[in-house]
Write a protein of this length. Structure first.
Length: 120
């Protein structure tokens, strides 16, 4: 049953990730991979929130592992950073690495803090 919950969450998260990435890219010019950055930070915040809520294993399988796992993407982050380096955009590549890690950690922390504030 857990595998099905993960698969269902991923089936929702992956297309949403694609659509969100395309939307964000359509709003920004330049070489910085804003679409991947936005979905990774949003997914980190959501996962932090879920981790702090009294969710059962089924909800974590569906929303945490499945949905957030498919919504966020470390592989695309790595690939886009390498493309920036190959294209000579070293500053954008460095900014992507620093901003993505810092914002992802901060967003996860904020999500966890929000969950703790909600649950008291």
């Amino acid at each position: 049953m857990t595998v099905l919950l993960v698969a269902l969450g991923a089936a929702i998260g992956a297309p949403l990730r694609y659509l969100a990435d395309r939307l964000v890219r359509s709003l920004h010019d330049g070489v910085f991979p804003w679409g991947t950055f936005v979905v990774n930070v949003a997914g980190s915040a959501l996962l932090g929130l879920l981790a702090g809520l009294p969710a059962g294993p089924g909800m974590m399988a569906f929303a945490g592992i499945g949905f957030c796992g498919a919504l966020t993407t470390y592989s695309t982050f790595g690939y886009e950073t390498l493309v920036l380096l190959q294209d000579g955009a070293r500053g954008a590549a460095l900014a992507n690495v620093i901003a993505s890690v810092a914002a992802g950690l901060a967003a996860g922390g904020c999500g966890l803090a929000l969950a703790r504030a909600i649950t008291g």
